[in-house]
Design a protein around this ligand. Structure first.
Ligand SMILES: C[S@@+](CC[C@H](N)C(=O)[O-])C[C@H]1O[C@@H](n2cnc3c(N)ncnc32)[C@H](O)[C@@H]1O
Length: 265
């Protein structure tokens, strides 16, 4: 099926208005491939017809499905391990009894947030209260993250010792998979939050992980998202972005203290 440049631009504008995600013309094949299955599922003959569906008031669920499909969810356990080593060193000096709240702001299917929860559980003293908020704009991702059920082949980054400590190994029908254990589950809250919208009152946080999401925004959106996130940081708190992202020129207030790690004074 054909997608005209004009219709592609309408989808692209819609996505930008809804999530801040910028889809340049080079993403046209990707959009066709990802939305093609919805055209078939809805028995529609053209991308134009599907766009008209998205505009109908009663189609909020379809709009959410389109967002799920048009966002990129690549992630893995302990991705960019230097940030977890940095977090461990922060936690080793954490004053016992000082509560720690962390926000994982583009949690995708959960690998990052469970990696963070494992790191906190392993490095904070039993007297320290801690909690993690995991959010994403994709409801389908959040559902998977909350389930905490993964194929073992995707768990390479965790390591055998941590797997034994924090996860339940699937048996019989569940062989070849693992489930995140109850102790970690009790610490993590899941919530659908669109970083491109005004944020609900969720902070302040000591640490915010916002990795591999800014790359999808144009400079103005990126600026707004970082400003809003910084407002959710406690003073002295840290904002962590991916090694391939930079806040250069965006938030003068933040000081770079390690690769991808910024501190609010
Ligand atoms: C590539 S994944 C990054 C996952 C994880 N942070 C990591 O580094 O492995 C990007 C995530 O950002 C989410 N995302 C995109 N736009 C968003 C928005 N406006 N608000 C919240 N999340 C968004 C996507 O749904 C996706 O799950």
């Amino acid at each position: 099926m054909l997608l005209t440049d004009d219709t592609f631009s309408r989808f692209s504008l819609w996505m930008r208005e809804r999530t801040g995600v910028h889809l340049p013309p080079s993403k046209k094949p990707l959009l066709m491939q990802r939305l093609g299955k919805r055209l078939r599922a809805r028995s529609l003959d053209s991308y134009e017809d599907y766009f008209e569906v998205l505009r109908q008031q009663e189609e909020e669920q379809e709009r959410q499905i389109a967002v799920d499909l048009l966002t990129t969810h690549e992630t893995s356990f302990f991705r960019e391990p230097a940030h977890f080593a940095w977090l461990e060193s922060l936690l080793q000096d954490w004053p016992a009894g000082t509560p720690l709240s962390l926000w994982c702001a583009a949690a995708s299917t959960g690998e990052e947030v469970w990696s963070l929860a494992m790191t906190l559980a392993d490095n904070l003293s039993g007297q320290t209260a801690w909690q993690v908020l995991a959010s994403d704009v994709s409801l389908a991702c959040l559902e998977q993250a909350r389930r905490g059920h993964y194929a073992l082949e995707r768990c390479g980054g965790i390591g055998q010792e941590r797997l034994r400590r924090h996860c339940l190994k699937g048996v019989e029908k569940q062989a070849g998979s693992m489930l995140i254990g109850k102790a970690l589950r009790q610490r993590v809250l899941f919530r659908c939050i669109n970083l491109d919208q005004p944020l609900p009152p969720i902070g302040p946080f000591r640490v915010i992980f916002m990795r591999n999401v800014l790359i999808y925004f144009d400079p103005a959106t990126k600026n707004k998202v970082v400003r809003q996130a910084t407002a959710q940081l406690a003073s002295g708190g840290f904002l962590v972005v991916s090694h391939s992202e930079s806040l250069y020129g965006l938030q003068e207030e933040l000081k770079l203290v390690a690769p991808g790690v910024y501190r609010k004074p």
